[in-house]
Write a protein that binds this ligand. Structure first.
Ligand code: HEM
Ligand SMILES: *[C@@H]1O[C@H](CO)[C@@H](O)[C@H](O)[C@H]1NC(C)=O
Ligand SMILES: *[C@@H]1O[C@H](CO)[C@@H](O)[C@H](O)[C@H]1NC(C)=O
Ligand SMILES: *[C@@H]1O[C@H](CO)[C@@H](O)[C@H](O)[C@H]1NC(C)=O
Ligand SMILES: CC(=O)N[C@H]1CO[C@H](CO)[C@@H](O)[C@@H]1O
Length: 504
């Protein structure tokens, strides 16, 4: 039991560490460039004094950066003859040049200080600058987490499908944000960024002129606002003309965005639907009435946004695994007692440790899933059907539901082990036959396990490995090694750019 639990602990640690984004911290540059925040702030302030557009442009740039390839400043990379970069995807939707310029100016200011030169990543500069513009527009000031590396690739193709569209409804938005580990409420809070900035008239034409075949105007738009929008955005307007996103207090970071939604003055469908949809409406109402609560939610969500897909150069995560392994080996009873195959692990991962429950949403296979659904989870992580079957030897979940495909002699045993009123935290052996041992004798505890035997695509493999423990061990080892590098950030995945717009 102890050995089994330790093995499971070890494996779940392994999985957990691989799921998480890297570890960031607020004092990351304390040793190398202690004044980084002041230097960036001064540069941002100067730029804001020159033009207000700096504020919304920087905020939006950050959002786009984080949603494509993580917050790694890949959005800043300029296209070259043989690479069309992220910023040149049509979805960059005219990211205003002032956002880029803000980062470039702050970087110049940093590079002018000897010890800071090329020490601070463009990704972190953009993170600090974004915090500063929010604050300069009257929004809350919050502590930023730092330690991101700059990304090493930037392609227009990678933008496809990653950014929300103004025509999206709450369903679409929720699923897109969930892919970035952000919840419904975090999505609603971040949408509050539309309290600032500009949008091109063309982006609202559909809502005021051609909603659908039978209705010209989107009925959720406030009538007076329709008139206003039509006046500012006649059909034949120059497509470069932009209007305020927040018609009430366009230059102020505040909760008026939510008050606007209550009055049908959300600019896009993606805005107004937050009020129309009953799942998001209560939060809109809450924040419309309570600026402090909104500010808090916005700050927390920005910090969460700043963790999306970050690359860091430190190896705390790997250290944790290594320490767990050492701890296991230090106990004579545990050493090699787990009975599974020993395999060489590929080293050099620089994993991180920060973890959020929300980022797990939809990422892990569920015990109730069938083979198609399971395979799609694994495929998203570059793992084949066979990898999935091999790795299914290892799952730790609690509780079981009765299922007709469970072996009839096994079912009463299970029911005895797991009475209905059982403490949900109590664990039972996943493998009822040889629970303390890693082997190929198990009966499927979960539907997802049993499904592997029921489904004709996976059955042959299950039979093969059932008859050959050695083949199974080999397959398990290979799949574990493949699982290891998932989304791992290594020093090779990022660096500190000396020019934010070009790779080193
Ligand atoms: C919820 C889904 C979102 C959608 C569908 C969306 C879409 C858009 C669109 C279409 C524009 C106008 C672009 C143009 O016409 O030039 C815009 C502007 C803007 N967006 Fe969003 N956005 C979303 C979320 C966010 C988030 C999360 C942030 C930041 C945290 C953000 C910040 C901004 C800002 C500041 C502007 C004004 C840009 C400027 O004035 O240059 N948006 N957004
Ligand atoms: C057009 O939109 C209106 C208002 O939402 C709706 O009642 C109507 O069914 C829609 N028509 C079509 C053809 O989708
Ligand atoms: C598997 O489950 C998904 C839903 O999770 C369902 O759409 C699909 O039809 C199922 N496939 C089979 C073969 O039962
Ligand atoms: C159920 O398990 C028992 C004992 O392991 C075995 O003898 C029997 O053949 C199994 N029944 C089915 C339908 O697989
Ligand atoms: C700021 C920026 O780089 N904008 C680009 C967005 O993408 C279009 C092409 O789709 C370019 O023309 C813009 O220059």
């Amino acid at each position: 039991m102890a050995a089994k639990n330790l093995l499971l602990l070890f494996i779940s640690l392994f999985l957990t560490v691989n799921l998480v984004s890297a570890q960031l911290r607020s004092n990351f540059y304390a040793g190398s460039c202690p004044n980084v925040e002041k230097i960036v702030r001064d540069a941002v302030q100067k730029k804001v004094q020159q033009t207000f557009t700096t504020i919304p442009a920087t905020l939006r740039l950050y959002f786009h950066d984080c949603f494509v390839n993580g917050c790694d400043a890949s959005v800043m990379i300029a296209s070259t003859g043989n690479n069309k970069a992220e910023k040149d995807h049509p979805d960059n939707l005219s990211l205003a040049g002032d956002g880029f310029d803000t980062v470039i100016k702050a970087k110049q200011a940093l590079d002018a200080v000897a010890n800071c030169r090329n020490k601070v990543s463009c990704a972190d500069i953009l993170t600090i600058a974004t915090r500063d513009v929010v604050n300069l527009a009257g929004g809350p000031r919050y502590e930023v987490e730092l330690g991101r590396l700059d990304g090493l690739s930037s392609t227009a193709a990678s933008v496809e499908g990653k950014l929300p569209q103004p025509t999206d409804d709450v369903n679409k938005l929720t699923s897109l944000f969930a892919k970035n580990g952000l919840s419904l409420n975090e999505m609603i809070a971040l949408s509050g960024a539309h309290t600032l900035g500009f949008a091109h008239c063309t982006k609202v034409f559909n809502r005021i002129y051609s909603f659908n075949k039978t209705t010209q105007v989107d009925p959720t738009v406030n009538k007076a606002y329709v008139t206003e929008l039509r006046a500012s955005c006649p059909r034949n307007i120059d497509p470069r003309v932009a209007i305020n996103m927040d018609p009430t207090t366009p230059r102020q970071f505040d909760n008026v965005y939510y008050k606007n939604l209550q009055q049908g003055k959300g600019l896009f469908t993606s805005d107004q639907d937050l009020f129309t949809d009953r799942r998001s409406k209560p939060t809109v109402d809450l924040w419309a009435n309570n600026a402090n609560l909104f500010n808090q939610a916005f700050v927390n969500s920005m910090i969460k946004l700043g963790r999306v897909g970050v690359k860091t150069g430190r190896n705390d995560g790997f250290d944790a695994i290594f320490k767990a392994k050492q701890a296991l080996d230090a106990v004579p009873n545990c050493r090699n007692k787990v009975g599974g195959p020993w395999y060489d692990v590929e080293l050099g991962r620089l994993d991180g440790l920060s973890s959020t429950a929300a980022s797990v949403e939809g990422m892990l296979p569920q015990p109730t899933e069938n083979v198609s659904k399971l395979a799609s989870h694994f495929a998203k992580n570059g793992l084949s059907l066979d990898d999935m079957i091999a790795l299914s030897g290892m799952i730790l979940i609690h509780g079981v539901k009765e299922d007709p495909s469970i072996n009839a002699t096994y079912l009463p045993q299970l029911k005895e082990l797991c009475p209905k009123d059982l403490d949900p935290h109590k664990e039972i052996f996943m493998d009822p036959t040889t629970p303390g041992k890693f082997d190929n004798q198990g009966r499927g505890l979960f539907k997802s396990d049993q499904a592997l035997f029921t489904d004709p695509r996976s059955k042959p493999t299950v039979n093969l490995w059932d008859g050959n423990g050695q083949l199974y061990n080999q397959a398990f080892v290979n799949s574990m090694i493949k699982l290891g590098p998932l989304d791992v950030k290594t020093g090779r995945d990022g660096n500190i750019r000396s020019n934010c717009e070009t790779f080193n």
